[in-house]
Design a protein around this ligand. Structure first.
Ligand SMILES: Cc1ncc(COP(=O)(O)O)c(C=O)c1O
Length: 386
């Protein structure tokens, strides 16, 4: 089969990921930070090494500020709900947010009377004017800019450095959702002055499902959204004040974290590529689709640096129907519909039809891209004859 649904969850993984997880389950097994015996120390070592490697690869100044949750969504919830909100505080997000940012924002709006501006710039590729629109949206009470680093629907990369510069100038915190960029392009919290960064293990990093990371830089103070056992200061009724325990309650996903560690080591090896292999393939795919009469592509053109995601439609055919044909007749996996990102579809005017999203990883090949383009040509022809 051809698996072009990498933006939902990457497959396959580097073999070392499963090996490392199996080792954690079969040879370590104990609870990290919950005992002084040898196996508990080994489990703690896995967690510690992964915090250190994550901090190193993402430019976080202190490994203790690397926090593990079960996915990116929980990390984003912790970042957004963990700030202390007052009525009429203001947040800026883009009109391209995944529901994992949008819903926590809508929650704080309802709960605390926070105001939200979703900045739209439907004319993609106009990075400059998007930044201007964000600048115009800033108010004296804007406290947070929460923004996806790249659209999970179109692969468009947002000009976060310019936006962070605006945020710094206006003393606004930044939260960057790197769910679709981590593992595909370099991110350095210190150099880029990002306050909070979130990514899942199971997408571009090529790690397992069940692990997500929130990295927090120095000046941000978050309150925990969960409370409970931390393996430390057990006699206190309150959450220990120091990180990571303050913001991490309950037993961690040690096998998932072991898998993440192995995936990070693999990522480190390919992280020096200037344009990642998967982006080159995605642009090839985009170019092939752009040339087909009857296909509409959305997002960056084939000569633009993008994340390895290509969104398109065939005439007025419902995207789900195209997805089903690809699955049942061609054994090709894509994701069709709204991709948990209804705001994006409003901006693209594709709410009714959705879009077909093909997303790639380092394990996809040029032959698969060629086969995919042929399949789309055949489908287009069959609808024209119909
Ligand atoms: C941009 C973006 N943010 C957040 C998420 C949520 O990731 P997870 O399901 O791992 O929590 C996704 C997943 O598709 C995403 O694409």
């Amino acid at each position: 089969m051809i698996y072009f649904d990498q933006a939902a969850s990457s497959f396959p993984k580097p073999p070392v990921v499963a090996e490392s997880m199996a080792h954690a389950v079969n040879a370590v097994g104990a609870n990290p930070g919950r005992g002084g015996h040898a196996l508990a120390r080994q489990a703690s070592g896995i967690i510690r090494d992964t915090r250190i490697k994550t901090a190193e690869l993402f430019g976080c100044s202190n490994p203790k500020q690397v926090l593990f949750y079960q996915n990116a969504t929980v990390g984003l919830n912790q970042a957004i709900k963990g700030l202390s909100w007052q009525k009429n505080d203001h947040v800026i997000a883009s009109a391209y947010e995944h529901n994992s940012i949008r819903r926590p924002l809508e929650y704080i709006k309802e709960q605390f009377g926070v105001k939200i501006t979703y900045v739209d710039n439907s004319k993609e590729n106009e990075g400059g004017s998007f930044v201007k629109a964000v600048e115009q949206a800033i108010e004296s009470n804007t406290r947070l800019i929460a923004m996806t680093h790249a659209s999970n629907v179109t692969g468009r990369i947002f000009p976060i450095n310019d936006i962070i510069a605006l945020a710094r100038k206006n003393r606004i915190y930044t939260l960057i959702d790197a769910s679709q960029t981590a593992g595909h392009m370099s991110i350095d919290m210190t150099k880029q002055e990002i306050d909070m960064l979130v990514f899942p293990g199971h997408k571009g990093i090529l790690g397992p499902q069940g692990i997500g990371v929130l990295l927090v830089e120095g000046k941000v103070h978050l309150s925990p959204i969960h409370h409970g056992g931390t393996g430390s200061f057990s006699s206190s009724p309150n959450q220990p004040k120091q990180l990571p325990e303050f913001l991490e309650s309950g037993t961690l996903n040690t096998p998932g974290i072991a898998g993440l560690y192995a995936a990070l080591i693999e990522y480190e090896k390919r992280s020096k590529e200037i344009v990642p292999r998967e982006t080159i393939l995605a642009n090839l795919l985009c170019k092939g689709l752009e040339a087909i009469d009857g296909v509409t592509c959305y997002g960056p053109s084939s000569d633009t640096f993008r994340m390895p995601i290509v969104a398109f439609n065939i005439e007025k055919v419902p995207s789900q129907e195209v997805g089903m044909i690809l699955d049942s007749h061609y054994n090709i996996a894509v994701r069709a519909g709204l991709h948990c990102s209804p705001l994006t579809h409003e901006a693209l005017h594709t709410t009714e039809q959705g879009v077909v999203r093909a997303s790639l990883s380092i394990y996809n090949t040029e032959d698969e891209v060629t086969e995919f383009i042929s399949a789309i040509k055949e489908i287009v022809t069959s609808y024209k004859e119909f």
